[in-house]
Ligand binder design. Structure first.
Ligand code: GLN
Length: 480
């Protein structure tokens, strides 16, 4: 077994026991990256020099010497951070995102910044100014998005864990496409300070890993209060300690009534049946909850809010403060126009325009304000549902990963696929993507949702499922 194949927990154990050195581990992960990256293209920026500098220092903390990668919308001090957009140019943030800072202080080694859909808008990782990332299980297919680089890097064995962000599914959907575990924590459980904003009331940072125990380890480091993010929790730190004796006897797992009429790709429907059986065998009770407002309005509500917030958040990219600019414009107006026309990709531009219309004073009540009210109804609907069940079980995506470049003429379809993930963000809930097995060579993941702040219990339920369904293997990364 090569060192890069170890999971996070085993790496930590071997490093602690001095069976392996941080240097050896770095070399093994680096060699793995070198051999697959031509096929996968997960990186926007590799940070070998920074990693070497870290390795030359006195590493301490529970992750001392463990390689990782960050989605490129997480600020890393002095290291190029692009959000996969041209508009940030060569911008180097003057500070670290808190989640990365906590990991760095725990000794994690940064191998690089990874690909995503521009400003996290999309679900294929193909809307990147730096080209698409490929799914390590089948390089002709997309890895999912927007955190496609973070999911692919863990799936291909580049690193044992990574961070991504999830505004409407961007951790959970790529985790299911790539065959890794991914947690979108409760809104406020992980500081968003230093995360480049997309929809600030929806954005959340979370981890990817190849075991649930590894997700617990990462959460134990990043789920800490941060005075720099006022939406971050203030109470004592949640307990993500790993325990073997967890069970789900008597716990209720709900299927969403309104979703039962929707079609799923066969491997996903089969995974639902298989998982239900595992839950029943473990003594859990399968129930049904009704989420009519979610089923009918969540997609429209989410996009109205996400685009409105994006339009405000992206106003700051004007060619004055960040990266990309033009120097020969006739005046300020022309400079703004040219910078924003050339700097942003087409998906981002269309969302900025939509957000501008949705919040324009004469229409704001009818669209943006209405969406905030629907959002409240959606949150209330989930609160009611969690009075009747402990968890909700559903797919993270209704379909298997499409081929790269496969364009659907119906643009709405991409947005509608997010129905399985974005309600969780509207209600600020935690959602876990877990691995259920393979269909041919493609992994199939599903999603478990819990009430707000139930992240530790959600991972415990995930442990029970992992025990029965097995853990994913490292993908071949396009190597024959
Ligand atoms: N696909 C959704 C969007 O484009 C979700 C993306 C995300 O979670 N960042 O908004």
């Amino acid at each position: 077994m090569e060192l890069y194949e170890l999971d996070l927990y085993s790496m930590i154990e071997k490093l602690k026991a001095k069976e392996i050195s941080p240097q050896e581990l770095y070399e093994s992960c680096k060699a793995r990256i070198d051999s697959c990256e031509e096929n996968i293209h997960a990186f926007i920026t590799r940070t070998d020099d920074f990693a070497k500098k870290q390795l030359s220092e006195n590493l301490s903390g529970i992750f001392a010497g463990v390689p990782t990668v960050m989605k490129d919308n997480l600020c890393t001090q002095g290291i190029k951070t692009t959000a996969a957009s041209k508009i940030l140019g060569d911008w180097r943030p003057p500070y670290d995102a808190t989640a990365w800072k906590y990991l760095r202080e725990a000794g994690a080694i940064l191998m690089g910044k990874v690909n995503m859909d521009e400003f996290a808008m999309g679900n294929t990782c193909g809307n990147s100014a730096y080209g698409p990332t490929h799914n390590p299980n089948d390089i002709s297919r997309v890895p999912g998005g927007s955190s496609g680089g973070s999911a692919a890097a863990v799936s291909a064995g580049y690193v044992p864990f990574s961070l991504g962000s999830d505004t409407g599914g961007s951790i959970r959907q790529p985790a299911s496409f790539c065959g890794v575990y991914g947690l979108k924590p409760t809104y406020g459980m992980v500081s968003r300070y230093g995360l480049i904003s997309y929809g600030s009331s929806l954005d959340q940072i979370g981890p990817f890993a190849r075991t649930i125990r590894d997700l617990q380890l990462v959460m134990s480091v990043i789920a800490r209060h941060d005075p720099m993010d006022s939406s971050c929790f203030r109470e004592k730190n949640p307990d993500f300690t790993h325990r073997e004796d967890v069970n789900i006897k008597g716990k209720k797992f709900a299927l969403v009534k309104e979703f039962q009429d929707f079609t799923l790709d066969a491997p996903i429907a089969d995974a639902m049946t298989k998982t239900r059986k595992v839950l029943e065998d473990e003594g859990a009770i399968i129930v049904e909850v009704s989420l009519p407002v979610v089923a009918r309005y969540a997609v429209a509500c989410y996009y109205a809010l996400a685009m409105s917030e994006a339009h405000t958040n992206l106003e700051r990219y004007d060619g004055v403060r960040y990266g990309y600019t033009v120097t020969d414009a006739a005046g300020v107006k022309e400079m703004f126009e040219r910078v924003r026309s050339c700097g942003f990709g087409s998906e981002v531009k269309s969302r900025i325009i939509a957000g501008t219309c949705l919040t324009e004073p004469s229409r704001c009540d009818e669209y943006y304000v209405a969406a905030t009210k629907v959002r409240t109804l959606i949150a209330q609907e989930f609160t009611r549902a969690f009075g009747e069940t402990d968890y909700i079980l559903q797919p993270a995506s209704p379909s298997m990963p499409p081929k790269i470049g496969e364009v659907d003429d119906d643009e709405m379809k991409g947005y509608e696929a997010d129905l399985y993930t974005l309600p969780v963000n509207l209600a600020g809930l935690p959602g876990l993507t877990f691995f259920t097995g393979y269909a041919e060579k493609l992994p199939v993941g599903l999603q478990l949702i819990g009430p707000r702040w139930s992240d530790p219990e959600l991972l415990n339920a995930g442990l029970v499922l992992e025990r029965h369904l097995g853990q994913p293997k490292i993908a071949n990364g396009g190597i024959k």
